[in-house]
Design a binder for this molecule. Sequence first.
Ligand SMILES: [Zn+2]
Ligand SMILES: [Zn+2]
Ligand SMILES: [Zn+2]
Length: 137
Amino acid sequence: MIEKTIELLKKNKLRATPVRKELLQLFLSSDIALSNQDIEEQMSDVDRVTLYRTLKSFQEKGIIHRAFDGTDVARYASCSDHCDAHAHHDEHLHFHCSKCDNTFCVDEIPIPKLEMPNGFKALKTNIVVDGICEKCS
Ligand SMILES: [Zn+2]
Ligand SMILES: [Zn+2]
Ligand SMILES: [Zn+2]
């Protein structure tokens, strides 16, 4: 895990600082999307400014993506290998469990191509499914 972390940082030309290593490892080992609060609780001492800056640079590099789940809370999850600094390719739906409030990336279900009305050009489609997750049912 630590090797993958360092390799990923290197690939993205990010210096392997302790905060970056810890944050990335947290994302790679988590099967749910993480909110700022989740991250702050699980990280050892880190100041918020550094944390937000790191989250932002990870997003720009295509390491993590915003897991849009229809709630007011911003959550992030690690990206697939196809994402890079030029474009994200996280075309999967997000499942939000209304019982445990966790959000999951679901890769198994392809996002359907939706026909837009004339003059409208779709750039990104977010699909959110609300329900009860495996653990809660
Ligand atoms: Zn991505
Ligand atoms: Zn649940
Ligand atoms: Zn996702």
